[in-house]
Design a protein around this ligand. Structure first.
Ligand code: ARG
Length: 562
């Protein structure tokens, strides 16, 4: 039931539309006094009446319906208190009927959202920045799907640039095919790092690298074969990480895909008089110098990251006719996306307003060893492995008898990392600590997973002999607060989609888990009369489904037992 709307319909003021009234109905600040309030101050002038009088008039004109417990005029507000029982019934019936589909929506019907996320670089480490890009993007993907949107997940691979020429030179000098096949990215990375060291002494290697990249561009057979193989090796390697994170993509069209799709964009820019030649390079300047010019072609004719992103934007618009195109990329690239969107706007394409940069902050790791592989890059695989190992230690301390320990440790460890990345507002930098994300009593993944397991064990253990249902027991504060959180869940999903903020879901799950644990302590479920027991068990079922479903939106699995 849409209480806000139903309440708005009860209120009538001369010459004021339902829409206007609806916009003024607000959740009450002090929920002990009222659930909804309607302030009358705005109408005083037009009606030439004091707000208190307007509120009195409104109250006396309303015939109180069943869903409302009381209506009062207080200091220029009309306060509405809902009938608790009616409200509880409404929320419970809706959630019980929907089961796992609770929160599903049709708001997205007929609209396509493209999400560019993860977008890793070939033959480079999958580092913590890519972890955020991956898990934020993948949760948005699932949230939009749940809301009925058609979603296209795109891994815009960084698979173009002179580094591939360097890699070929390095591979030809020191590479070992067997080793690359066996150790994947690590092996490629080693020779790549070595290339840079050696090239300091022998700069001519850089010329060789450029020549090899040129061969890739020209489609030379040997160069292409190596390039494609590097890509294959990388993708095979990262597939393991994507599996652990439960992440998939609909397209892996990366930078190289746009190699032959840039010329039309460059032509259009030139036709529209937007380009300028500066020291041999082609640039686009912005009105009033609001930003540094965007370089689209270097003096040597080479195109750039930005040029390929322009081609990609047109490709996506033409192929998917997107309603929105999101780019989940670190805030370091703010300028790049501002330039990209502005250039397309200057070309006169109104859909440039539908492209959104969804930036996020940096993740650093507190204390603890970072990487066994040296360097100061933190590899996601190492982080997941470490978290899993610690989760296993904790299981061995707390519940050594548990079945399937390895599996559960993976769910808890990886889940804790993902949940940690998705807890705060995405734009905030995160300083990550294993102890914090794995604290079973903190605002963590394991805490929510534990609540899920507790729901399962209650459902398994407690039986009743009748189908009697006494919802009035859920009017007690600890249950009633939980009912309100359950009621809000579908709205939270919509809010998260509007703000591109999966953390709204994460935090709502924390609130539900926290309130559930109060409810569980206060209401002795096993020792209550059947009617109450059934009502409470129904709450347990709903909470379990919301937590299970909500965590899977975040890409986190919940063990049945832990
Ligand atoms: N590969 C880039 C990086 O790792 C991110 C690409 C983001 N997507 C895009 N369309 N520019 O920094």
């Amino acid at each position: 039931m849409d209480y806000k709307l139903e309440i708005a319909k009860l209120i009538s003021i001369d010459d004021v539309s339902l829409e206007e009234i609806l916009a003024m109905v607000t959740p009450a600040k002090d929920t002990t006094v009222a659930d909804w309030a309607f302030p009358c101050f705005k109408f005083a002038k037009a009606l030439r009446k004091a707000p208190v009088v307007i509120a009195n008039d409104i109250v006396s004109a309303i015939v109180k319906p069943d869903f409302i417990a009381s209506i009062e005029s207080v200091n220029g507000y009309v306060n509405f208190k809902l009938s608790k029982l009616n409200y509880v019934k409404g929320v419970m019936d809706t959630a019980l009927l929907a089961k796992a589909g609770y929160g599903d929506s049709t708001v997205g019907e007929g609209k396509t959202v493209c999400i560019d996320y993860s977008s890793i670089n070939i033959a480079k480490p999958f580092h913590m920045g890519h972890l955020s890009a991956t898990v934020i993007g993948a949760s948005l993907y699932r949230i939009y799907k749940k809301l009925g949107y058609n979603v296209v997940g795109i891994n815009h691979l960084g698979d173009w640039g002179t580094q591939f020429g360097k890699l070929i030179v390095a591979f030809k000098m020191w590479g070992d095919k067997e080793d690359v096949n066996a150790r994947g990215i690590n092996s490629l990375l080693e020779i790549y790092v070595k290339f840079h060291k050696v090239a300091e002494e022998k700069p001519e290697l850089n010329d060789e690298a450029r020549a090899w990249f040129k061969k890739i561009e020209d489609g030379n057979e040997e160069a292409m074969a190596l390039f494609l193989w590097f890509k294959e090796v990388t993708l095979k390697d990262v597939a393991k990480i994507y599996d652990r994170l439960h992440v998939t993509f609909d397209s892996y069209n990366g930078e190289s895909f746009y190699n032959d799709k840039m010329q039309p964009v460059l032509d259009e820019l030139e036709q529209k008089g937007l380009t300028k030649i500066s020291e041999g390079a082609t640039i686009v300047e912005f009105p009033n110098e609001e930003m540094t010019p965007c370089l689209v072609k270097r003096a040597d004719g080479a195109t750039l990251y930005a040029t390929r992103d322009m081609a990609a934007a047109f490709y996506r618009k033409n192929t998917y006719d997107f309603y929105k195109c999101l780019y989940v990329v670190a805030y370091q690239q703010n300028l790049h996306f501002k330039q990209l969107f502005k250039v397309i706007d200057m070309m006169g394409h109104e859909w440039s307003k539908d492209m959104v940069h969804v930036p996020f902050g940096m993740v650093s790791i507190e204390g603890g060893k970072l990487s066994s592989r040296g360097g100061n890059v933190v590899f996601v695989e190492d982080v997941l492995d470490n978290a899993k190992a610690r989760a296993l230690e904790i299981i061995n301390e707390k519940n050594a008898e548990l079945d399937n320990k390895e599996n559960v440790a993976e769910m808890i460890g990886t889940g804790a990392v993902v949940f940690g990345v998705l807890t705060g507002n995405r734009i905030k930098d995160i300083s990550f600590s294993y102890d914090r994300v794995l604290n079973f009593d903190g605002e963590t993944g394991p805490y929510v997973q534990y609540t899920y397991a507790r729901c399962n064990s209650l459902i398994e253990k407690i039986a009743t002999n009748s189908s009697e249902m006494d919802y009035s027991t859920l009017e007690k504060p600890e249950a009633y607060e939980l009912i309100k959180l359950i009621d809000r869940y579908p709205d939270v999903l919509v809010d998260a989609s509007i703000k591109y903020e999966p953390s709204m879901v994460t935090r709502h799950l924390l609130a539900i888990a926290g309130q559930f644990n109060k409810f569980y302590i206060e209401q002795n479920i096993s020792n209550s009369p059947d009617g109450e027991k059934n009502a409470r068990l129904a709450v347990v079922n709903i909470v379990r489904d919301i937590i299970g479903g909500g965590m899977s939106l975040l890409g986190i699995e919940c063990p049945v037992k832990m």
